[in-house]
Each structure stands twice: as structure tokens, then as C-alpha cells.
Design a protein around this ligand. Structure first.
Ligand code: ATP
Length: 752
């Protein structure tokens, strides 16, 4: 008996070699290749491939009609088999369903029962391959303004979280999509982008904000653009590592628990949303509508049979999960039966939030995860029927444009434009409406008088001008860096209607730190058994991947850190911004940067720095600032420096908090591992190392926090010391703006 499940399991693993396997089993379908004609007619669905990525309205010549243009597509439906788990094999489970070729799932018991989909992935398929077929076109569409939704559906323990989040060896659809989004920006030099993320869970029919623990029981509201969650926190993201660190922080708050079937079972549905705005690059975008879309990446909780849990909290969770999934099923049935007059979207939070996607706005990809195991045969059959129905949903892939006031990128672009004009005026000395020439004449007299008196007021005024210019530059630079552009120097092409060469992603260690090293280690078996599938290699050779790994060893988080320091350093120079002081900037300047005669930062880069450099950055502290008893010039420069320093401190705090979240997440996983392997010294050592790192980072956080008010009050004192004219006072007020992050947050919330 022990060998039978293994041979069955191998059969499921060899979808493409099914002919040979079926001959072994003597199955009546042994001569069949992937043929839909053998399927019961009512069970066949279209065998066409997944919707191809198409640009609906080319941005080059988009006019009002083009904007409305839409292409009808069907939801992309794929089925992913996971391998039998060691436990299932030990228990003598047999294969009940298997992949018959690339597009058909067939029942082992009744070979006439089969279902066809856009693609069926055998257990050996890597998540990278799943991504290429089931997700890439949705992600690239979203970057072009077409709403996109990708979700994993299946019974508990069938592999949804493995598919959507993955592990460090095999990152899931979410990290791959995040990485892809940033690669697309890099490959699109003619446009500028603003990306923000939100992350929520629906737990027991309550919507919680995973990025903000205070955001519990949020309300779902509607506006002409569709449903949205009121008060959800949105964060502008600057790099893949930044976005992934937010997911890591969010995962800390997600509800998971162990069930009879899965040690780490998701007890809530999660929706990770990437909001993408873009407009053409440069100053010519004034008045142009902004391309806007959202990409929803959804990890559903798994439906559970009554044998899963019979008591307590898990049972209650299970019934909420089942109810919302049932509503999802009903909604999909009604959407596809053509006669339904009422679609019960409002019957569950999940369907309410998915309403726009399911009613046809944008691309949808449904990845159904299934286990071949015979004990789950009935549940798998239900999943297959659900997937089959969903295939009939029609969606419209149309590009979305929005008007100014809804757009955050527009808000920033306008503000940058305004500040640049102000800066020009300041340079020409006309900012207060008092011609500088007159002022200069006055000042010449004053100058003589002051010289005679030994007063250096003019000097001070020149310094104030410099300071005001620096402040404007700093503000422009801070806003500019939120808008992402490619570092490629020459804009060559607009969005290409044809997909470009396939992007291959490699991740830095820290980017995936929130994921378990190898999720399969924590299956219910309490043993470190391998599932019978080879490790995933992302379609690259081990050699390639080890090279890539080395190249990215430090991950993009470090790039993010050093970039901040570059940004800080540049604002510390004079308004003329001596380029030689910024030789670290490896990428070409953006036009905005050039026109302002200061080097813009490389906003997408994989430049690597080592830990000691980031430690350097953290050591920028009081020592860098002039002590009391400064000359006017020193005080003036110091106030600018101090304000920039406060910004820098805030960003360092943000980065450190992200790192603490990542480390805490790793520690949590290690603790669970230690519970299962109490004698493993290696795990204990790792845990100690991680806790030490958390402590060290927490100390850094508290020392930075102590510096914050000190820096601010220092700055205030120094600014007060200067005898400021009202116009300079106004400009300096900008230096003392409220927290930059708070402002961004407010804008994000206000933009809904
Ligand atoms: N394709 C796969 N290849 C290898 N291992 C897999 C695969 N799919 C799932 N697994 C393993 O099976 C176990 C259960 O998977 P996972 O937690 O992703 O299921 P789930 O559907 O998200 O469950 P739940 O609904 O209970 O959260 C995990 O240990 C996971 O690593």
C-alpha cells in the first residue's frame, strides 16, 4: 500500500507525461492526449489560453474615445496542484484528481469527468511559472492603468498562502508582483509613477487594517469609482524592499492559527492593494489626465469541511470563512447565469470589496489551489466546479484615467512646479514684490552703515536667501523622490503593446525576511520531511541564482538606506549644489533635477552598500552640528542642516521600525521552529542573534527618538536668533512644516 500512493503521486506530478503514466495504470484514457472532446460537454470550458496582455488605449495617441476603449476578456482561471504531503502519503492517500496535460484536470475514479482551464499546473510547477502565466499580464496591465485582481482560492491546506506569499526559496505571487511593478517602472523611462500600498484582512466579517493596528472594524463605503475602505492607511512606497517590509509588518497582525489540517492556517482573507498612478514624464504633463489603477492581491482563507474543527474559536472562524466563500460562489454563479436580477455582493465583506473586480472592471486572475489527495476529493471537486463557473465571467480591460483632484501624483507634481517657480523668483530677487535692486540700493547704504557699525546684517540676509533656496530645494527634492522614474537616461518607447522580454527577479535576503525559510518544514507532520517535489529555481540555473544572490546579498533595503543619506547630503550643500559632493549618485539625473541644477537621486537602483555604511548613516548626530555661539552664517546653515537632519532621522526611524518588524517576524518563526526542535543549538543561536539585533535596533530607535525633539528645538532657537524679514520667515516656515510623513498620509487619505 505504501508504494501505491507514491506512484499515484508521481503521476499527478507528471501532467505532461501523462500518456506514459496512464499506460502504467491501464486507465481507459491511456491513449488520450489533452483533448477536450473526451470531456463531458457540460464540463468543458473554453480551451483558449490566458488573456494576453494588451494595451487598450495606447498612451501615445490616447484621446477621449481611446480612453473608453475596452477589450472583453474572460477571467483567467488556472488550477495549481500541490504535491501530496508526507503525511498524506504515510496515511496511504491516493490521487483522486490529476493534471492531464497543460489545461485539463481529470478524475482518477471517473476518467470521463474532467474540466478544462486556461492552464493546469502540475505539482512540480514553480511559483515563478505560475506567476508568468497567471499573474504577469495582470500586473503589467495594472501598471498601464487597467485594474487588476489576482486571488488564490482553495480548501484549507491546498497551497493558497504558498502560492501568494511563498517562502524564501520560492517567493510567491505577491513578492514577485511587487518586484515586477518596480521593474516595469525601470523599463518605462517615459513615464513617472507614484505607488502606494494598503493591506487589510477580513476576519470574522470585520475589516482590519494590517498596516495600522489602530484601524480595526473599518467601514466599507462606496463612491462612483467603486467600494473602498474608509480610513485605511496607505503608504507611498519607494522600492520593492520598502513595500515588502510593509507586508512583513502587516503579517505580524494577520490572524493565523493551527487547525487539524494546517499548522499555520490563515484565519482571515487578506487583500494587499498596490495603487498605481502615472503620467508622462517631465514638465509637459501639466493638464494631462493621470493613469490610475489598483492591483489587488488576495490570499483567501480556505474553506473548511466540518471535520476540520469542531470546537471553539476555530469553529467560529471556520463558519465565517465558509459563509463568505459561499457568498463568493453564489455571486459568481449569478454573474454567469445571465438571468439573475440581483447579485448579492452585499452579503459578505469579501464580495463587497471584490464587487468592482467581479462585475468586470479590469483583469481578474483566479488561481485555484488543489490537493490531489483522495481524502479531499469532494472538496477538490467543489473547487474545480467553482473555478469552472468563474471562467465564464467576462471582464473589460480598459485603461483608467482620473482628473486632477483625485490624483496624488498630480498634487505632488503641481506642488513641485509651484515651488520651482518660487525658487526662480527667489533667485531673481522678486519674491516679496520688492525689487531686489531697490533693496540692494538700500542695502548698499545699509551695508556701509553696518560696516561702520560692525554689523553684518547684509551678510546675514544673503545667508537667509541661501537658506530659503536650500529649503525650497530640499522640499522639491523630498517631493520628487516620492515620484518614481526609471534611471534609464533616454526615454525611447511608450508603453509597448507587446510584452517585453520576460523579467527575472532575484530578491535580497532582507526583502523576503518575513517569509519562512521553507514553509514545507512546518507542515503538520512534526518532521522535516520533504514534499515530493524539487525545490523551485525560478527558471534559472543554480549557478545563475547563486550569482544573482551574491549580487543582491544585501537587498534593496540597504539601497534605500544609503539613498536617504545621499538625499540628506545633497540638501546640506548650497543651492548651487556642487555636483562633486554627490559623486555617489550613480544614475543619471532626472530632467527635474537637471533643470534645478541639483542632482536628482537614482530612484530605482540596485546599488548595494554594506552594513557599515548604513551604520555610518545612523551615526550622523549631534556631532555634525555646530555648537552654540555660532556666527550668523554658521547658524543659518545649521538651521537648514538641522531641519534636514530631522527629516533624515524620521526616515531612519521608519527604516529601523521596518527592520524591527522583519526581525520580529523571523524570531516568531524561529520560536515556532524551536518548539518543534527543542534541542537544536543552531536555532537557539539564530534566535539569540536575532533578539540581540532587535535589542540593538530598538536602542537605536530610542536614541534617534531622543534626538528628534532636541534637533527641532535647536533648530527653532537658531532660527529665532536670526532677524528675519517676513518673506524669509514665510519660506522658513516651510522648513518647519509638520512631519513630512504625516502630510503624505493626509494626502493619501484625502485623495479618496
Ligand atoms: N505547490 C506546493 N509545493 C510545495 N509545498 C506546498 C505547495 N503548496 C502548498 N505546500 C505546502 O503545503 C502546506 C499548506 O499550504 P498553505 O499553508 O499554503 O495552504 P493554505 O491553502 O494557505 O491553507 P489555509 O487555508 O489553511 O491557510 C504548507 O506547508 C506549504 O508549504
Amino acid at each position: 500500500m505504501a508504494t501505491r500512493p507514491a506512484s499515484r503521486q508521481r503521476r499527478a506530478a507528471r501532467g505532461s507525461q501523462q500518456q506514459q503514466v496512464q499506460q502504467q495504470s491501464g486507465s481507459p484514457t491511456s491513449t488520450a492526449t489533452t483533448s477536450s472532446s473526451r470531456l463531458a460537454p457540460e464540463m468543458m470550458s473554453s480551451l483558449e489560453g490566458p488573456a494576453s496582455p494588451r494595451l487598450v488605449a495606447g498612451l501615445d495617441n490616447a484621446d477621449a474615445d481611446d480612453d473608453q476603449a475596452a477589450t472583453k476578456e474572460n477571467v483567467t482561471v488556472t488550477v495549481r496542484f500541490r504535491p501530496l504531503s508526507p503525511r498524506e502519503i504515510r496515511q496511504g492517500e491516493e490521487v483522486a484528481w490529476y493534471a492531464d496535460g497543460d489545461t485539463v484536470v481529470r478524475s482518477e475514479q471517473n476518467p470521463n469527468v474532467g474540466y478544462a482551464y486556461d492552464r493546469v499546473f502540475a505539482p512540480t510547477t514553480t511559483t515563478r511559472q505560475v506567476y508568468d502565466v497567471a499573474a504577469q499580464h495582470v500586473v503589467s496591465g495594472a501598471m498601464e492603468g487597467i485594474y487588476g485582481t489576482i486571488f488564490a482560492y482553495g480548501v484549507t491546506s491546498s497551497g493558497k498562502t504558498h502560492t501568494m506569499h511563498g517562502d524564501q526559496r520560492s517567493p510567491g505571487i505577491i513578492p514577485l508582483a511587487v518586484k515586477d511593478a518596480f521593474s516595469i517602472i525601470q523599463e518605462t523611462p517615459n513615464r513617472e509613477f507614484l505607488l502606494r500600498v494598503s493591506y487589510l484582512e477580513i476576519y470574522n466579517e470585520v475589516v482590519n487594517d494590517l498596516l495600522n493596528p489602530a484601524g480595526q472594524s473599518l467601514r466599507i463605503r462606496e463612491d462612483p469609482q467603486g467600494t473602498f475602505v474608509e480610513g485605511i492607511k496607505e503608504e507611498v512606497v519607494l522600492s520593492p524592499a520598502h513595500a515588502l517590509s510593509l507586508i512583513a509588518a502587516g503579517e505580524e497582525h494577520r490572524h493565523v492559527g493551527s487547525t487539524n489540517f494546517n499548522l499555520l492556517s490563515s484565519r482571515s482573507h487578506t487583500i494587499f492593494t498596490l495603487t498605481i498612478e502615472s503620467s508622462s514624464y517631465g514638465d509637459s504633463n501639466e493638464g494631462e489626465a493621470v493613469t490610475f489603477s489598483q492591483l489587488n492581491l488576495i490570499d483567501l482563507a480556505g474553506s473548511e469541511s466540518s471535520r476540520a474543527e469542531t470546537t471553539g474559536v476555530r469553529r467560529k472562524e471556520g463558519s465565517y470563512i465558509n459563509k463568505s466563500l459561499l457568498t463568493l460562489g453564489t455571486v459568481i454563479s449569478k454573474l454567469t447565469d445571465g438571468k439573475a436580477t440581483h447579485i448579492p455582493f452585499r452579503d459578505s465583506k469579501l464580495t463587497r470589496l471584490l464587487q468592482s473586480s467581479l462585475s468586470g472592471q479590469g483583469r481578474v486572475s483566479l488561481i485555484c489551489t488543489v490537493t490531489p489527495a483522495s481524502s479531499n476529493s469532494e472538496e477538490t471537486h467543489n473547487t474545480l466546479k467553482f473555478a469552472h463557473r468563474a471562467k465564464r465571467i467576462e471582464v473589460q480591460a480598459s485603461q483608467n484615467k482620473i482628473i486632477d483632484e483625485k490624483s496624488l501624483i498630480k498634487k505632488y507634481q503641481n506642488e513641485i512646479r509651484g515651488l520651482k517657480e518660487e525658487l526662480e523668483q527667489l533667485k531673481m530677487g522678486i519674491i516679496t514684490g520688492t525689487p531686489l535692486k531697490d533693496a540692494e540700493d538700500d542695502n548698499m547704504i545699509l551695508w556701509k552703515q553696518k560696516l561702520e557699525d560692525g554689523n553684518v546684517k547684509l551678510q546675514s540676509r544673503l545667508e537667509q536667501e541661501e537658506e530659503a533656496k536650500s529649503a525650497l530645494l530640499a522640499r522639491i527634492q523630498r517631493l520628487t523622490k516620492l515620484i518614481l522614474v526609471s534611471t534609464k537616461a533616454t526615454p525611447t518607447s511608450r508603453f509597448s503593446p507587446h510584452p517585453g522580454p520576460r523579467r527575472r527577479h532575484s530578491f535580497g535576503e532582507e526583502e523576503l525576511a518575513y517569509l519562512p525559510y521553507r514553509r514545507r518544514d512546518i507542515m503538520l507532520d512534526n518532521e522535516s520531511n520533504e514534499l515530493l517535489t524539487p525545490g523551485e529555481g525560478f527558471g534559472v540555473t543554480p549557478e545563475d541564482s547563486s550569482k544573482e544572490e551574491k549580487k543582491n546579498r544585501k537587498g534593496l533595503l540597504n539601497w534605500f538606506k544609503i539613498r536617504k543619506r545621499d538625499g540628506g547630503a545633497s540638501t546640506l550643500t548650497s543651492s548651487e549644489c556642487d555636483k562633486s559632493s554627490l559623486t555617489k549618485s550613480t544614475a543619471p539625473s532626472t530632467p527635474i533635477g537637471e533643470s534645478l541644477n541639483f542632482p536628482a537621486e537614482p530612484r530605482i537602483s540596485t546599488s548595494l552598500v554594506n552594513e557599515s555604511e548604513s551604520a555610518d548613516m545612523l551615526s550622523i548626530g549631534h556631532g555634525d552640528f555646530p555648537s552654540d555661539g555660532l556666527t550668523g552664517e554658521e547658524a543659518s546653515l545649521a538651521s537648514t542642516k538641522t531641519i534636514d537632519h530631522v527629516d533624515l532621522l524620521r526616515e531612519q526611524l521608519k527604516i529601523l521600525s521596518g527592520e524591527v518588524a522583519l526581525h520580529t517576524s523571523v524570531l516568531k518563526r524561529l520560536t515556532e521552529e524551536a518548539g518543534r526542535n527543542p534541542n537544536s543549538e543552531k536555532i537557539q543561536m539564530k534566535m539569540k542573534k536575532i533578539s540581540d539585533e532587535i535589542k540593538a535596533k530598538q536602542q537605536q530607535i530610542s536614541s534617534l527618538e531622543k534626538q528628534m525633539p532636541h534637533s527641532l528645538s535647536n533648530s527653532q532657537v537658531k532660527v529665532d536668533k536670526l532677524d528675519l524679514s517676513p518673506s524669509y520667515g514665510e519660506l522658513l516656515e516651510q522648513l518647519n512644516e509638520k512631519s513630512f510623513e504625516l502630510e503624505v498620509l493626509k494626502s493619501c487619505e484625502g485623495s479618496r
